[in-house]
Design a protein around this ligand. Structure first.
Ligand SMILES: Cc1ncc(COP(=O)(O)O)c(C=O)c1O
Length: 357
């Protein structure tokens, strides 16, 4: 499938700035866009990145019928470019879309949109340790309609932006025991726009209290840990890698799954089971809980230094102080080697992208 390409007439690429990773969070020169109407995807094309006209009554704007993904393209040491786990992100995108009454995107269209966009904008994939091109597939209901109903018209787009790593000092998180991110039967497992809007207010309050992030607990009892803002949470407890099991209230993180696979292969004991707030409250001072971290596409792993429970801080050791024994750092390194092409891609997680001349 060759997607029609209409190159931008106003390239904004500052190749030197991208190469040296000075440019971060700036849209790349092109975008993919496809229109859904009358039951089919039409007019798929790659064009210059630019604003698009939207009806003020678009259902996606009024009622948040909108779903997205977040993925990354990497530049290997030999200069080749590869995208991480397209199939897993495509499958999750379609699971989210189904929940939001939105049409599926055929995996081939999803894959080709990504590959051909990154191919066109290959010069936007930065070099340098941990620098990446962030790729954002997303869809929203573009149909103009006054009144609540699922739309029949949608736009599917893929955007991208170079992403420069920020130095990740261990973070301070608050276990949220009042507000709720997701309830059983709800949309927590879907990467739908509304989940993120709904999380902003509690997250903002926590930031004002000096926290970097929230750790959400289950909606009914607030006694079990679920996940963090845009990351799954993982712990090392009695030497095992422990993370809450997937459910309809937790996003099925691609980083989470990748780390679990790598941990099992490395002979690390893995437990997908409930983690209670009480287990953290006693296990951190008791020395059973030795590591805690978030896992997600943006940060890959984010070490947690402090977990605040009901106003009391529980501090974990800095993994850098014990880097020979840190399971988090070991897993991070294993994943890093795959993502940057330093080892053989045994799992076929990487899709190599040929630059378009
Ligand atoms: C709510 C939430 N949980 C977890 C994750 C981590 O998922 P992934 O590893 O696929 O980025 C994300 C980020 O996408 C997220 O938004």
């Amino acid at each position: 499938m060759m997607i029609p390409f209409d190159p931008t007439t106003m390239p904004r690429l500052d190749a030197e700035a991208v190469r040296t990773s000075k440019l971060s969070g700036v849209p790349s020169d092109h975008m993919f866009i496809s229109e859904y109407a009358h039951g089919e995807w039409r007019k798929s094309r790659i064009q210059g990145y630019r604003p698009i006209p939207i009806s003020p009554f678009a259902i996606g704007m009024q009622y948040a019928q909108s779903v997205f993904e977040g993925m990354k393209a990497y530049r290997y040491h030999d200069g080749r470019i590869a995208i991480f786990r397209i199939d897993r992100h495509a499958a999750r995108f379609n699971r989210s879309l189904e929940r939001m009454c939105m049409p599926a995107v055929p995996e081939e269209l999803f894959r080709e949109a990504l590959v051909q966009l990154v191919s066109v904008d290959h010069a936007w994939v930065p070099e340098g340790p941990d620098s990446t091109l962030y790729v954002r597939p997303y869809m929203f209901a573009s149909e103009e309609h006054v009144g609540l109903q699922p739309a029949n018209e949608f736009l599917f787009m893929v955007l991208s932006a170079p992403f420069r790593p920020r130095f990740h000092k261990p973070i301070r998180v608050k276990v949220e025991r009042e507000f709720v991110r997701a309830a059983p039967g709800g949309v927590g497992y879907a990467k739908c726009a509304g989940n993120y809007a709904a999380a902003m207010y509690p997250t903002q309050l926590a930031k004002e209290e000096g926290f970097d992030q929230l750790v959400w607990t289950d909606a009914l009892t607030h006694s079990r840990v679920e996940e963090s803002g845009a990351m799954n949470v993982m712990f090392v407890i009695d030497g095992a890698l422990v993370t809450p099991p997937l459910s309809d209230t937790i996003l099925d993180g691609v980083t989470r799954e990748s780390l679990l696979i790598l941990a099992r292969e490395a002979g690390i004991r893995v437990e997908e089971r409930d983690v209670t707030v009480e287990e953290l409250r006693s296990g951190i001072p008791g020395g059973q809980v030795t590591e805690a971290f978030g896992a997600g596409t943006a940060a890959i792993v984010a070490p947690i230094r402090t977990i605040s429970i009901d106003g009391v801080d529980y501090n974990l050791p800095d993994p850098q102080d014990n880097h020979h024994h840190s399971i988090m750092l070991r897993l991070k390194q294993l994943l890093h080697e795959i993502r940057f092409g330093l080892v053989e891609d045994r799992h076929q997680w990487m899709t190599i992208v040929e630059p378009r001349a």
